[in-house]
Ligand binder design. Structure first.
Ligand code: DON
Length: 318
């Protein structure tokens, strides 16, 4: 059978069965809880699950609550990392953050004090992403936020992508832990700007609102090593996508990244709003949302659904 025919068969099989698999995974949302430490996120319904899978021609397989709108939260950290790499280069970025998983919770400050030289272990934990926010080019938080938003819109090919101001306010009002992390970083010499200015950029990128289709579209560019296969243009240098995907693999699902690599075997990044961005390299971009989270901060139903898909289609990279 030709490659094209085989891909068409896979796509048809996916479309025929996706709704059934979503229904089966949805029941797992009952095992989790919606994040409430950012009060605005607690309004999300617990029992929903949606998915969009996009192929390189832009065809979509959609199922469940795929049009539910949610904020990117930690998923945004993959793209701010890429932007910081594009703006400052590898040497500067890796003078401010490390390259290793922590095994701690995403908002932990433990290792900042325990381990020399007091820089965050990686750019995907909160401390690391705050350090990365400070590296986005611009002379003010407003200019940096504007640059971030334009970059996200370009990758998502969606000029309407915007910040959810209610979530932004809610984050800012309750960010006691993030403020502590940022002051720690400032004291350790990691941040050049004022703490409040850096946090303004950080809250803004976490509060960008999207759907599963936006996630899948953004993931598609990563799946094709920085080239948008639909508009046929290179948006991100290949090396920076390689760095981002490596972090997604080793730290993208926080201290459940090993378990996820074992059961799903794809690069992925989760957020506390219940979104997961993943991809099948060279083929599909995937966006999932299921707001009920497990203890590690990942969507319970979303992780289950990705596990099912990976098994059915033998997607694991290992
Ligand atoms: O700073 C926070 O805590 C949130 N804005 C983002 C955390 C997050 O999404 C962690 N993901 N699992």
């Amino acid at each position: 059978m030709s490659d094209d025919k085989q891909q068409e068969n896979t796509w048809n099989y996916l479309n025929e069965n996706l709704t059934q698999w979503v229904m089966e995974s949805k029941s797992h949302s009952m095992e989790g809880n919606v994040a409430s430490y950012i009060p605005e996120l607690a309004n999300a319904p617990k029992d929903i699950l949606g998915i969009c899978i996009m192929d390189s021609q832009g065809q979509t397989a959609l199922s469940g609550d795929h049009d539910f709108r949610f904020t990117l939260q930690s998923i945004s950290k993959v793209f701010t990392l890429i932007l910081a790499l594009m703006d400052r280069g590898e040497e500067v970025v890796f003078s401010k953050v490390g390259m290793e998983p922590t095994g701690d919770d995403f908002n932990s400050m433990l290792k900042l004090e325990l381990v020399e030289p007091g820089i965050p272990f990686n750019p995907l934990i909160n401390a690391g992403a705050i350090a990365i926010s400070s590296l986005i080019a611009g002379n003010s938080p407003a200019e940096q936020t504007d640059r971030m938003l334009h970059f996200f819109r370009d990758i998502a090919d969606n000029s309407t992508l915007d910040i959810n101001l209610d979530v932004h306010q809610s984050e800012s009002d309750t960010a006691h832990r993030n403020r502590s992390l940022a002051y720690f970083l400032k004291d350790n010499g990691v941040l050049d700007q004022q703490v409040d200015d850096v946090l303004e950029v950080y809250f803004s990128h976490c509060s960008v609102e999207a759907t599963c289709t936006d996630l899948a579209r953004m993931a598609l560019v990563l799946a094709h090593n920085g080239v948008d296969p639909i508009r046929k243009k290179q948006i991100i240098p290949r090396r920076f996508v390689q760095i981002a995907k490596t972090f997604m693999f080793t730290c993208g699902m926080y201290n459940a990244s090993g378990e996820f690599a074992m059961n799903v075997g794809l690069p992925a990044k989760s957020g506390v709003s219940g979104g997961i961005l993943s991809m099948v390299p060279g083929r599909y971009g995937i966006g999932v949302v299921g707001p009920a989270l497990n203890r590690k901060g990942n969507s319970t139903a979303g992780v289950h659904l990705l596990g099912t898909l990976s098994q059915k289609f033998d997607w694991s990279l290992f």
